[in-house]
Ligand binder design. Structure first.
Ligand SMILES: O=C[C@H](O)[C@H](O)COP(=O)(O)O
Ligand SMILES: C=C(OP(=O)(O)O)C(=O)O
Length: 354
């Protein structure tokens, strides 16, 4: 009888590289006291909007994904000027998305592949993301991201003012548990099928205390017990080719929230299925949503817009020297001029709310 055992673990693992512990990266790229205070007050401002203590509209706007930090910062510098101008009616937060959930496969974002060439240099990706967040916050601009991998928050969440769990992960217990321990307000998107029940269940689960497997700041596998996140809300993004920002959809989502004892508090994503993935339709969606938002007792407290320096998107992968500066390599975005016009129109329409 042979005593040689067959290989039964790591059969499909090609490589494994230890990452720096979160505390190491946070020490290398620390947050200043000013930045910490800015993040805390941005989260408070968003909390007040969620709970109806501030009538401003929360606007999560920016690139579908950050792939070029230089262009991302140019965008941030433009956005912060507009934010300051419109801040008595709009609370503008920049989309700073580093992790992309894919329907099948594709570029998974700057954290996973910062060199855009499939080399997946994760230590560089985490470092670039942390540096970029620090840079945006130093402009006095609040940051929003989707948290996809449950290990990522330990590296960057102290620099995030608002986060989302996406349509592909709202039903995942792992993500609901993660959300229950996060320190910032968070939106759950309805499922890609259009189902909103999964997002409502997610809000309920994330508001509870949970114990689950995670990593500590020292990078050690840990059992984490959370308090529950009281600042979760619903995001309607359409689904299965259909929109869900019309009055009837908003009304039925509101009823479902109330039936579950949750705050009637809804953000509308003007992109994704709500625009049929056509970025040119996002401004019209935003206008329609704003018209509803100014109605008395409207549950609409926020909107999301995918926007970049240049409108549309470019096919990717492609040779890096052929990339158009400031244009999305993931979903199509509204260009800067149209973004500015749309936000100004929203601002003007919101006069009725004040
Ligand atoms: O917002 C981004 C995309 O819609 C999401 O990452 C899915 O992209 P995919 O369907 O192209 O994979
Ligand atoms: C991936 C995103 O959205 P969704 O989860 O709605 O597809 C996104 O907002 O980048």
């Amino acid at each position: 009888m042979s005593s040689t055992a067959r290989q039964v673990s790591d059969v499909n693992i090609l490589d494994s590289a230890v990452l720096p512990a979160p505390e190491y990266l946070c020490r290398e790229l620390p947050r200043s006291a000013e930045t910490a205070n800015f993040v805390a007050s941005a989260r408070e401002a968003i909390h007040k909007i969620l709970f109806g203590d501030d009538q401003r509209l929360l606007v999560i706007v920016g690139p579908c994904s950050i792939h070029d930090p230089e262009a991302g910062l140019e965008y941030a510098r433009k956005l912060v000027k507009l934010k300051e101008e419109l801040q008595d009616r709009l609370y503008i937060v920049m989309r700073v998305y580093f992790e992309k959930p894919r329907t099948t496969v594709g570029w998974k974002g700057l954290i996973m592949d910062p060199d855009l060439d499939g080399s997946c240099n994760l230590p560089k990706g985490l470092k670039t993301a942390r540096q970029f967040l620090n840079d945006v916050l130093s402009l006095n601009l609040a940051t929003a991201t989707e948290l996809l991998d449950p290990i990522t928050p330990q590296y960057i969440s102290d620099l995030i003012c608002w986060s989302a769990v996406g349509a592909r992960t709202t039903e995942s217990q792992t993500h609901r548990q993660m959300a229950s321990g996060l320190s910032m307000p968070l939106g759950f998107k309805n499922a890609t099928s259009g189902d909103t029940t999964v997002a409502i269940n997610a809000i309920r689960a994330a508001s509870q205390s949970q114990t689950f497997l995670g990593i500590s700041h020292q990078g050690l596998a840990s059992a984490l017990t959370t308090r529950g996140n009281p600042n979760c809300h619903l995001i309607l993004r359409g689904g299965n080719g259909l929109t869900n920002y019309d009055e009837k959809s908003i009304h039925s989502a509101t009823e479902a929230l109330q039936k579950n004892g949750l705050l009637p508090c809804i953000m509308v994503d003007c992109s994704h299925d709500n625009s049929g993935k056509d970025p040119n339709k996002q401004p019209d969606v935003m206008q329609s949503v704003t018209r509803q938002a100014v109605q008395p007792e409207s549950p609409i407290m926020g909107v999301m817009l995918e926007s970049n320096l240049i409108g549309g998107n470019q096919a990717f992968p492609r040779p890096l020297d052929e990339l158009t500066y400031g244009q999305s390599i993931t979903d199509g975005c509204v260009g800067w001029d149209a973004t500015e016009e749309t936000l100004r129109k929203t601002y003007a329409a919101l006069k009725e709310r004040f």
